[in-house]
Ligand binder design. Structure first.
Ligand code: ZN
Ligand code: ZN
Ligand code: ZN
Length: 251
């Protein structure tokens, strides 16, 4: 399995429109410091899947026929906005695995175009070729799934958006050693808002689940400023993700 972060930003992204903070200024000057919509690309056995579809350039990046499916965590705009253009393409349907959510987002259900939505049940594994995927409920303001992906002896989990973890989800994740946990960490320590982890939360869950590696994602500009001021604060085994970073295999 290979997992690459396509985007590592929160819903606002970075640079945040109109913001003159140090992190946003640096991101304006240097494209590699930008944080775009939180999402990732999974490659396995010659197949390519997306985890979320918030990137606005999907149609340029993934030529027709190159996407084997999309795992959607939830229907907030920053996780689905790339679908609004992609859906009008021609060619074979693209399966989209997602939580059951009556609302969805705008008119995606009414006009799915080439997208084929497949709502999944919590804790019921399904197969993508030889990859086993288990949807795991998260704590967010819309029905949201994290995904546990298992192939041979490798286990990786992608967990956003969430504040903490529901007990059954944590139990399953902790039942066997995880190689990689990609985890929502939107806010700086002490910033307690519903729906997203702050760094204190993320480190607590890193210790409880104890994966080989935790990669923080869905990072807001406030946390980026804070991490720049406190560069040695992340323990071994935890790193702040960035756009285009290959996070698995672990280097
Ligand atoms: Zn989000
Ligand atoms: Zn800023
Ligand atoms: Zn969300």
């Amino acid at each position: 399995m290979r997992l690459r972060l396509l985007g590592s930003g929160d819903a606002a992204g970075m640079p945040l429109y109109g913001c003159g903070c140090e992190a946003c200024d640096a991101a304006s000057d240097s494209p590699v410091l930008r944080r775009t919509a939180c999402s990732a690309q999974l490659e396995i056995g010659g197949r390519t899947y997306l985890l979320d579809a918030g990137q606005m350039s999907l149609t340029q990046r993934f030529p027709s026929g190159s996407l084997d499916g999309i795992l959607l965590t939830h229907f907030h705009v920053d996780h689905v906005q790339g679908l609004f253009h992609l859906r009008w393409g021609v060619g074979a349907d693209i399966p989209v695995y997602c939580p059951e959510d009556e609302e969805g987002c705008a008119d995606l259900y009414k006009h799915p175009g080439m997208l084929c939505f497949h709502p999944q049940q919590a804790f019921v594994p399904f197969m993508l070729d030889k990859l086993q995927v288990t949807p795991l409920p998260l704590n967010h303001s819309k029905p949201t799934f994290g995904y546990l992906m298992m192939w041979q002896r490798e286990r990786i989990a992608y967990l956003t958006d969430t504040k903490g973890l529901p007990s059954k989800t944590a139990e399953l994740l902790g039942s066997d050693k995880l190689d990689l946990m990609v985890l929502d960490c939107s806010h700086l320590p002490g910033c307690d808002r519903p729906g997203h982890n702050n760094l204190d939360d993320a480190l607590v869950w890193h210790n409880i689940i104890a994966p080989r590696q935790t990669v923080l994602t869905h990072i807001g500009h406030d946390l980026d400023i804070w991490l720049k001021a406190n560069p040695r604060v992340l323990p071994d085994g935890v790193l702040a993700g960035h756009d285009e970073q290959l996070v698995y295999p672990i280097s």
